[in-house]
Write a protein that binds this ligand. Structure first.
Ligand code: G1P
Length: 296
C-alpha cells in the first residue's frame, strides 16, 4: 500500500440474523428497526458520510432486500408526496437515497464478523478503510470516526474504538490490553481477546463497533481460523496485526468518552430510542415530562 492513502471507503456489515429481536426480525432485517423515525442503519450511514467517506459498501445476506430499497429512490412515493404538497416527508424520503451511492455484497453464510469484512476485499482493494457496525450509534455531536481516520494515517496501522465498561460487562465485547502513549490522543493496543470472561479480561476497555483498518487485515483474515462461537473473528485477526511489525502491523485505540447508543439487544435498543427521542425538538420535552409522570 502506498503511504498516506486517504480513507474514503466504509464497510458496513449488516448480514446478522437478528435472532435477539425475533419475531420482529422474522421477515425484516434488524437494521431496519426504527429508532424514532428512521431505521437504525441510516444513522450509521449518515455517520460515515459525515466523516467524509464517499464509497459505502454494505455486507448483507438473504432477506435483506429492505436495506437496498431503503437507500434507493422511490419515484412513486416521491410523486405522491409531491402532489400532496407534503414536502417535509418528501425531503426525508429523498435524503435516504441521497446518502449513496451504496454498494452491496452478500455474505453467503453467517461465518462471523471477520468473514463479513473479508467479503469486502475485492471492493476495498489496497487502501485503509473504515468498518461501522450497525448495533452502535454514535451521537452526531461527538467526534469519533474522523479522529480514528486521523490516527490511522498518522500510525499507518489499524485503529479500534474503545470504551470503558463495568468489569462484569466485558464478556459481551472484544477486550483490549493497551499502553498509553505520552502526549497522544490514542493508545497502543498490545493484544485483544474476543469476549473474555471477567477473570481472563486484560482490562475493562471494550472494543465498540468502529474500526479503521489497514488492508493487511485481509491476508490475515484469509488465514484466521474460526474462533469464539465457531466464527471467524475480526478480533483474532486484529490480535495478529497487533503482534506484527511488518507492513500494516500495529493496532491503536481511540478511547471514546462521548455518547453511544447500543441497539444490539432489546433493553439497550429501548434506551437508545428513548435517549434519541428525548433530544428531538418536536416532542423531546413532552416525552421527558411524560416519562417523569409515568415513573411516578
Ligand atoms: C462484535 C465484535 C466484538 C465487539 C462488538 C462491538 O461483536 O466481535 O469484538 O466488541 O462487535 O459491538 P458482536 O456484538 O457482533 O457479537
Amino acid at each position: 500500500m502506498k503511504p498516506g492513502k486517504l480513507v474514503t471507503k466504509a464497510v458496513i456489515p449488516a448480514a446478522g440474523l437478528g435472532t435477539r429481536f425475533l419475531p420482529a426480525t422474522k421477515a425484516m432485517p434488524k437494521e431496519m428497526l426504527p429508532v424514532v423515525d428512521q431505521p437504525a442503519i441510516q444513522y450509521v450511514v449518515e455517520e460515515a458520510v459525515r466523516a467524509g467517506l464517499t464509497d459505502l459498501l454494505m455486507i448483507t445476506g438473504r432477506q435483506k432486500r429492505a436495506l437496498e430499497d431503503h437507500f434507493d429512490r422511490e419515484p412513486n412515493l416521491e410523486r405522491t408526496l409531491e402532489d400532496k404538497g407534503d414536502l417535509d416527508h418528501l425531503e426525508a424520503v429523498q435524503h435516504a437515497s441521497d446518502l449513496g451511492p451504496l454498494h452491496f455484497v452478500r455474505q453467503g453464510e453467517p461465518k462471523g464478523l471477520g468473514h463479513a469484512v473479508l467479503c469486502a476485499r475485492q471492493h476495498v482493494g489496497d487502501e485503509p478503510f473504515a468498518v461501522l457496525l450497525g448495533d452502535d450509534l454514535i451521537d452526531e455531536r461527538d467526534e469519533l470516526l474522523s479522529t480514528m481516520i486521523e490516527v490511522q494515517s498518522r500510525t499507518g496501522g489499524s485503529v479500534v474504538a474503545l470504551i470503558e465498561v463495568e468489569p462484569a460487562q466485558i464478556s459481551a465485547y472484544g477486550c483490549a490490553d493497551v499502553t498509553a502513549i505520552d502526549g497522544e490522543n490514542y493508545v497502543r493496543v498490545n493484544g485483544l481477546v474476543e469476549k473474555p470472561s471477567v477473570a481472563d479480561a486484560p482490562s475493562n476497555l471494550a472494543v465498540i463497533g468502529r474500526y479503521v483498518l489497514h488492508p493487511a487485515v485481509f491476508d490475515i483474515l484469509e488465514r484466521t481460523q474460526p474462533g469464539r462461537g465457531g466464527e471467524i473473528q475480526l478480533t483474532d485477526a486484529l490480535q495478529t496485526l497487533a503482534m506484527s511489525d511488518g507492513e500494516g502491523g500495529g493496532v491503536y485505540g481511540v478511547v471514546f468518552e462521548g455518547r453511544r447508543y447500543d441497539t444490539g439487544d432489546k433493553l439497550s435498543y429501548l434506551k437508545a430510542v428513548i435517549s434519541l427521542a428525548s433530544e428531538r425538538v418536536e416532542f423531546g420535552e413532552e416525552l421527558k415530562s411524560w416519562l417523569k409522570a409515568f415513573i411516578n
